[in-house]
Design a binder for this molecule. Structure first.
Ligand code: KIV
Length: 263
């Protein structure tokens, strides 16, 4: 299999081919996800919840992310590895460049950061320096305290338009991918149509170019399972079969269904 690159994902969008993204945090699960043919592995700061037992992603450090990124890299042959810059690690340009460099040197192929227009300059500088970027809009868990909880975002027209503007700004700044989390299906579709880069939804309905889930949610072993999650293990023979079923359901446009989406 050829290695997945930002360019091959862009080509998938241009050809109307959907793709699957899944989190992993260690070499064994990364190998299973990679062998299931999943195109992108996200070393998410959700590891703060699912591995470390915190109630938010805020306590996760750059060292934590580098450690898990290196583990995932050792288990991955084909997938593109995207690693989260954790809370507080990209507040200044200097911090952003230093911490993104640390993630890349640990084995990431792209870094992800949460936020809108204020990140445009950072994204331009990162991409100019050879660090591809994935944006993240909608419910951005690092901002849970300013958002007032884990709530669906972009439900009214004003905030929906602001998110579309943010998405275009991130693309223009050089982002290669965009995650949108917990938005109504219609907004997920509008953002995907407005951008040339692939838009990866989580709780953003079936019309986005790709889907992402947290591995432990997909396996049904997380502390709480949000509405947008499907447990793929219940109908599968084993974990590799569950991962393959997830990929196939995303590629065929069968996941998420209306029961996993917001209006
Ligand atoms: O940290 C993470 O796993 C994420 C996904 C929920 C998109 O950012």
């Amino acid at each position: 299999m050829n290695k997945i690159s930002p360019q091959s994902l862009l080509a998938k969008k241009a050809n109307g081919e959907k793709f699957a993204v899944l989190t992993a945090y260690d070499a064994t699960f990364a190998r299973a996800v990679d062998q299931a043919g999943i195109d992108v592995i996200l070393v998410g700061d959700s590891l703060g919840n699912v591995l470390q037992g915190h109630t938010s992603t805020l306590p996760v450090t750059v060292d934590d992310m580098c450690y898990h990124t290196a583990c995932v890299n050792r288990g991955t042959e084909t997938a593109l590895i995207v690693s989260d810059l954790p809370f507080g690690s990209y507040n200044t340009i200097d911090d952003t460049l230093r911490n993104a460099t640390a993630l890349m040197q640990s084995g990431a192929h792209m870094v992800k950061l949460e936020g809108g227009q204020w990140l445009a300059e950072s994204i331009s500088l990162l991409t100019e320096r050879g660090i591809p970027v994935c944006g993240h809009l909608g419910l951005t868990p690092q901002s849970v305290n300013t958002l007032g909880g884990f709530k669906v975002q972009g439900r009214d027209e004003v905030s929906a338009r602001r998110m579309i503007t943010d998405a275009k700004t991130l693309e223009d700044a050089g982002a290669s991918l965009l995650v949108i989390e917990c938005v109504p299906t219609e907004l997920g579709e509008r953002i995907s149509e407005a951008l040339s880069i692939p838009v990866i939804g989580i709780g953003a309905g079936p019309k986005t170019d790709a889907q992402v889930l947290v591995l432990h949610d997909l396996l049904g072993i997380s502390r709480r399972l949000p509405k947008f999650v499907k447990n793929f293990l219940t109908e599968a023979a084993d974990i590799p079969d569950a991962l393959t079923r997830y990929r196939e359901a995303v590629e065929r446009g069968e996941f998420p269904g209306p029961e996993h989406s917001f209006s």
